[in-house]
Design a protein around this ligand. Structure first.
Ligand SMILES: [Zn+2]
Length: 278
């Protein structure tokens, strides 16, 4: 018995004696299955191949990334606040070294996930840090590959965590239950927004984008893009971290003027998909 992990999307499925015959996350139109068909691994099998690299991005914020790259190259982030630490988004690989290093940084008190492409081995991560709650928007209820009691579905448009030190904001768009994490004290009190891949930092890090599917180039409609922009509008942030890296000139962060870049990119996107655009 093992919890098998889909090699394409990195999501861990429920305990089973043999690998599942399908992965509804990789096989969804937003993702893809590699040329060799569905393949599976386990955390145990990954131990001999992978390790995690933890990097301090700024005071109170660490990124966690698996090397060599696994699945779609997801990153997770540890955000430290005076009222508790959160793991924002998740990755598949977790070993004792990673657990020890994160415990030295104060451990994890809660987990929140932007959308299914970052579920990774979230249930294992929760268990290893004391069955901490995993906050997922209720519109993602049908996307859970490994149900567990530690998953807390929330509803509505925003949810405060740690007495307002952090806030989850449901944006919809890429998935109906997609959410971002707002950290007002980040970037030296200028505000940080953390996203999974929406807003997505482009090859040109002075632009962001919004897509139904990034690998399959399926855009969002105007109504959904406008809703994302509306939900982000009340937040004051200067910096944006994205949990995937798009290569090019970007390193997964827009250090300054992120809010202006998101708003400008949103207008550009809406113009590009409008009927009277030339
Ligand atoms: Zn995604």
């Amino acid at each position: 018995m093992a919890c098998h992990i889909c090699v394409d999307c990195g999501v861990q499925h429920s305990f089973a004696s043999s690998p599942p015959t399908s992965c509804f996350i990789s096989q969804d139109e937003r993702e893809f299955v590699g040329i060799n068909g569905l393949q599976w691994t386990t955390r145990q099998e990954m131990l001999s191949v992978h390790k995690n690299k933890i990097k301090c991005e700024e005071e109170g914020l660490y990124s966690i990334r698996t090397e060599p790259q696994f699945a779609i190259g997801q990153r997770a982030f540890l955000v430290q606040t005076p009222n508790g630490n959160i793991l924002w988004d998740c990755i598949s690989f977790l070993d004792q070294n990673t657990i020890d290093l994160l415990k030295e940084l104060g451990g994890i008190d809660a987990i929140a996930i932007s959308h299914p492409h970052f579920f990774g081995s979230m249930i294992d991560w929760s268990h290893e840090f004391g069955d901490v709650p995993i906050y997922i928007h209720e519109n993602l209820k049908n996307w859970i590959a490994r149900p567990a009691d530690c998953i807390h579905f929330w509803n509505g448009e925003t949810k405060d965590l740690f007495d307002g030190k952090l806030k989850l904001v449901q944006t919809g768009g890429h998935f109906e239950g997609s959410q971002v994490l707002y950290w007002p004290a980040g970037a030296s009190q200028n505000g940080v927004l953390l996203s999974g891949d929406e807003p997505h930092i482009c090859m040109d890090p002075k632009q962001v984008s919004f897509m139904h599917s990034f690998p399959n180039y399926i855009p969002l409609n105007a109504r959904k893009v406008m809703r994302i922009l509306e939900r982000l509008e009340p937040l004051n942030y200067d910096r944006l971290y994205c949990a995937v890296l798009s290569g090019g000139g970007g390193d997964g962060v827009i250090r300054q003027m992120a809010k202006q870049i998101v708003e400008r990119s949103g207008k550009r996107y809406l113009k590009a998909i409008s009927d009277d655009s030339d």
